[in-house]
Design a protein around this ligand. Structure first.
Ligand code: GDD
Ligand code: MG
Length: 366
């Protein structure tokens, strides 16, 4: 089975994490984010993936290579300019099979693609969209269905008065290659705003999925995804690797402080005496947590250093960042790669520092 993954968005809402790496390869727990998607696809019989890249395509290719590490043949197509979700599909046409899956590349899910494919076959659909229930459909594509799953209406980013169902487009489609005839080549096209409305009443079906589903496009949802992976709310190999205390401790890690599970501590990390790591944390490879520091509900990415007696709460610290002593970071702070923060700084309430920003001692009380 073949899958086309759309991975060409700029990931602006995840900056500064996506300032230095493209969204598909932003690290999530122990691997590039998109690896969760590749494992999930592989589990449903996908062995051929076309990755539709725009922004920083070489960054994706450098990390994922030819897919052999995932048991998948992985090829890349690169649009010269962003063509939108439908334009990117049309652009990949020469590589596509008669029937294929298409996925939004920023979704963490374990929904049952095998059942979706079975429904697609049974109904003889031209396109079958996975639908998922959410509390607030306004940021998604709202899908109204009739009995039997036929789509009656597709409304991208509905206004409040248009919301009369909580079922939205999960960004996982089964498509017949024939639908590509409806897309004009060489221009930007939105599959949601242009192609799906054309297919309403003409072979477009919804498959109501259950299971875990999250669009990881914002720092809040990135942290939520981290917690849910550690809790095992989404099926993945991470949770299988946790020990009886729900910890995964990498080789060569030194833990003199206290780590409360579930937590993931990467190889070579050090957690000094008197430090605590709790509330579901990821401590990356080679990270140093200083004496008496307190890390709660946070992700500290590879090679970062947290100084003695500093506190990090519900925040993300980018790779190689250096936080001095006695700082307070949180909640919902995101520090980019290589940020340097002197001693006695305080950052709060959604502050974001871009890569390599450097602040001296006592520079900020926010
Ligand atoms: N190759 C390529 N080219 N990929 C693109 C482009 C492009 O021009 N534009 C967006 N993408 C990719 C993004 O990287 C992402 O993986 C996917 O297409 C969807 O784009 P988003 O920008 O994340 O859209 P959204 O989250 O606002 O809405 C979409 O996803 C929702 C589910 O998360 C829509 O499909 C909604 O209908 C859906 O509910
Ligand atoms: Mg999205």
């Amino acid at each position: 089975m073949q899958a086309l993954i759309l991975a060409g968005g700029e990931g602006t809402r995840l900056r500064p994490l996506t300032s230095t790496v493209p969204k598909p390869v932003v690290p999530l727990v122990d691997r590039p984010f998109i690896a969760f998607m590749l494992d999930w696809l592989h589990g449903h019989g996908v062995d051929d993936v076309v990755m539709s890249c725009g922004f920083m395509a070489s960054g994706v290719r450098n990390v994922l290579g030819d897919g052999s590490g995932y048991g998948i043949r992985l090829r890349y197509v690169e649009e010269p300019t962003p063509l939108g979700t439908g334009g990117a599909l049309k652009f990949a046409e020469p590589l596509l099979d008669e029937r294929f899956l298409m996925l939004n590349g920023d979704v963490l899910t374990d929904l049952d693609l095998t059942a979706q494919l079975a429904q697609h076959e049974r109904t003889g659909a031209r396109g079958t969209l996975a639908l998922i229930a959410v509390d607030d459909p306004s940021a998604y594509g709202l899908v109204r269905c009739a009995d039997g799953g036929r789509v009656r209406e597709f409304l991208e980013k509905p206004s409040p008065d248009q919301i009369d169902t909580n079922l939205v487009n999960a960004g996982a489609y089964v498509l017949e290659r024939g639908v590509l005839e409806l897309i004009a080549p060489g221009r930007a096209v939105s599959i949601e705003r242009e192609l799906f409305p054309l297919l309403v009443g003409d072979g477009l079906f919804g498959y109501t999925a259950d299971g875990y589903w999250l669009d990881i496009g914002t720092p809040e949802r990135y942290l939520q995804a981290t917690f849910d992976i550690l809790d095992g709310d989404v099926r993945s190999s991470v949770v299988d690797a946790l020990d009886a205390s729900r910890l995964s401790i990498g080789s060569g890690a030194t833990i003199d402080g206290r780590v409360v599970g579930p937590a993931f501590v990467g190889p070579g990390a050090t957690i000094a005496a008197g430090a605590t790591v709790a509330g579901r944390c990821v401590i990356g490879r080679g990270v140093e947590i200083g004496a008496g520091a307190h890390i709660d509900r946070s992700v500290i990415l590879d090679g970062a250093k947290i100084g003695p007696r500093s506190t990090v709460i519900e925040s993300i610290v980018g790779p190689g960042a250096r936080i001095g002593a006695h700082c307070r970071i949180g909640e919902r702070v995101v520090l980019g790669e290589g940020v340097v923060l002197g001693d006695d700084n305080q950052l709060a309430a959604g502050a974001r520092l871009f890569p390599n920003v450097s602040l001296p001692d006592g520079a900020i009380r926010f």
